[in-house]
Write a protein that binds this ligand. Structure first.
Ligand code: SAT
Ligand code: MN
Length: 588
């Protein structure tokens, strides 16, 4: 008798009609074979799926170029298919599950003709963790199969774990014909199912990532009493040897990866890495909030990554522990066969081709590497990996940072008055958009908890859920908002950022340990200049004032924007948030 898994795979094969079916075991040997296949396999416009890079200087590394129209998440083609429109709220695209299924059935029909169907069994979370989830993704491109090996715990054992059960998370993916007209990413939260066609790009195609571990998982979290969040996860070790675990939300392409492997500029402080993108937060039996990263790799933005901005990532990329390391849509140095991107150390190479394969002229307006070009690399390569990373129980959280990217308005760091106020601060957050999604870059949009594109249900209910979680905790983590991106009147960043962000982390820990005071403002508690460690950097009082200035006029405009945003949620919006907004209005 076929198991539910075997039956499901058979049904998908009947629909998509592949030439053959390959069940992956997640081994290194298999990944090597997949890469070999990819090198010979034509992808788009005559380019192969993989190209081997210089193995002397960039060991284990391979290059992948995606379709020029397929370089970022496509939020307008991403749908959440609950039965009721109301369940997804005003910030998601909705389609009725029946309609979506019908549409996708037509698109999937015969789409794998002549191709291999890869069946990928994987876990999100450590297999021994009570919070882990068993998943299976089907795909028809070796790039996704190899990427999923890096990003998840892929293994045959997952098949045994699933056994005769049908509750595994299902993902059906095909690159289709890469036509944006026939590109859809459909989520069926009630069925633990994702269907994606027409894209080979990261968040659209690696279905364990944003599709399952955030959109579907956030819905599971609502029903089961936990949170799935778009956060980095770190441990900060103090000179006394104590480690505080901190989870930090930032929108895509706002430096979460750099933050996750921050190299401290303060003597005695060290940051340990646990994750750079997704955190699942559960209430432990001790009533504390426990966090784990369900992923096992980094899918990070390449441009701007260097020995100066993120030395630990450069070491991670060059580490030979885990095979392989992938580069997607970067530029290529034709003389040396090395990947290249804007911001990489060293001189700009003479002989570059850009991410579209065209010769790149120095001084050209266009970037050589796509601004959202990425590397895919195992977390086990990371020299600062926390010893607790594989702990099935996760780590207890002492603080949550809810970050935004704002060149104006928002101070470097603000402590919320309490958990509920923290939820309000996260809910009202807005950020400048980046190249991680296909839309105009640099405009401000509301992005609560950096989850706007990733919350699988009505965000009004999501805010309520956060408040409810807080009530259940016996020891609530402190909540902070952070903004590394504030500029002066000449457009220059006021805060050095990167390794110096440890100073902000130190202040957070000092607040947890009750070692420093904070100044009360209408938006929350801010540090005192003389109680914040600025040793070794040159930050004048004048600059500090600009960094923490709360401009009432700017905030009045902001409050109106927040009001507009909140209004959309109608009676789904928790009254606590309305109250905090009213209070803020009065105080301004
Ligand atoms: O494309 S991903 O969603 O995987 C990366 C991101 O945008 O955060
Ligand atoms: Mn992300």
């Amino acid at each position: 008798m076929a198991t539910p898994l075997e039956k499901w795979v058979e049904e998908q094969a009947d629909l998509t009609k592949p030439k053959k079916i390959h069940w992956c075991d997640g081994s290194e040997e298999e990944a090597r074979k997949l890469i070999e296949t990819g090198i010979k396999e034509e992808n788009i416009e005559g380019t192969p799926v993989f190209k081997e890079l210089n193995q002397n200087t960039w060991p284990l590394s391979y290059y992948h170029k995606s379709h020029p129209t397929d370089v970022a998440r496509t939020e307008h083609l991403t749908f959440i298919c609950h039965n009721e429109n109301d369940t997804i709220g005003p910030t998601n695209n909705w389609m009725h599950p029946d309609e979506a299924k019908e549409k996708m059935k037509n698109l999937f029909n015969g789409c794998m003709k002549g191709r291999t169907m890869y069946v990928l069994p994987y876990m999100m979370g450590h297999p021994d963790s009570p919070y882990a989830k068993a998943c299976v993704q089907i795909t028809d491109i070796s790039y996704v199969a190899v990427s999923m090996r890096i990003m998840t715990r892929m293994s045959k054992k997952v098949i045994e774990k699933i056994g005769n059960l049908n509750n595994f998370v299902k993902g059906l993916h095909s690159v289709g014909d890469f036509n944006p007209e026939r590109r859809f990413i459909m989520h069926f939260p009630e069925e633990n199912l994702v269907q994606s066609i027409g894209s080979g790009y990261g968040g659209n195609a690696l279905l364990g990532k944003k599709c399952f571990s955030l959109r579907i998982a956030s819905w599971l979290g609502l029903k089961e009493g936990w949170l799935a969040e778009h956060m980095a996860l770190i441990g900060v070790e103090t000179p006394e040897g104590k480690i505080y675990y901190i989870a930090a939300a930032f929108p895509s392409a706002c430096g979460k990866t750099n933050f996750a492997m921050l190299e401290s500029t303060l003597p005695g402080y060290k940051v340990w890495t646990l994750g750079d993108d997704i955190v699942w937060l559960n209430i432990g039996s001790d009533g504390r909030l426990w966090a784990m990263n369900p992923e096992t790799g980094f899918f990070g933005v390449a441009p701007g990554t260097s020995l100066k901005t993120n030395p630990n990532m450069m070491k991670t990329l060059k580490n030979t522990k885990f095979y392989p390391v992938l580069y997607t849509n970067t530029a290529l140095n034709l003389d040396t066969n090395e990947p290249w991107w804007e911001g990489l150390d060293g001189d700009i190479p003479e002989n570059l081709i850009d991410w579209q394969g065209k010769k790149w002229e120095r001084g050209s307006e266009n970037k050589a590497a796509h601004p959202n070009s990425r590397f895919t690399v195992s977390i086990y390569n990371c020299p600062t990996l926390s010893e607790e990373y594989d702990n099935p129980n996760g780590v207890p959280i002492s603080a949550i940072i809810l970050g935004s990217k704002r060149t104006k308005l928002l101070p470097l760091i603000v402590e919320a008055f309490n958990w509920e106020h923290g939820v309000f601060c996260g809910a009202r957050s807005g950020s400048e958009t980046t190249a991680a999604a296909a839309h105009s870059v640099g405009v401000i949009r509301r992005d609560p908890m950096a989850m706007l594109p990733f919350c699988g249900y009505n965000m009004g209910d999501y805010f309520k859920h956060w408040i409810e979680i807080g009530k259940k905790l016996t020891k609530q983590p402190k909540i902070f908002t952070a903004n590394w991106f504030r500029t002066d009147e000449n457009g220059k960043f006021l805060w050095p950022g990167f390794g110096d962000n440890i100073r902000v982390l130190k202040w957070i820990i000092d607040r947890i340990e009750n070692k420093v005071d904070a100044k009360e403002t209408p938006i929350g508690l801010i540090p005192e200049y003389n109680q914040f460690d600025l040793n070794g950097i040159n930050l004048s009082k004048e600059k500090w004032e600009k960094l923490f200035n709360i401009d009432k006029e700017e905030w009045k405009t902001e409050v109106l924007e927040v009001q507009k945003f909140f209004n959309q949620f109608g009676n789904h919006l928790p009254v606590e948030l309305t109250n905090y907004l009213e209070k803020l209005k009065t105080q301004l």
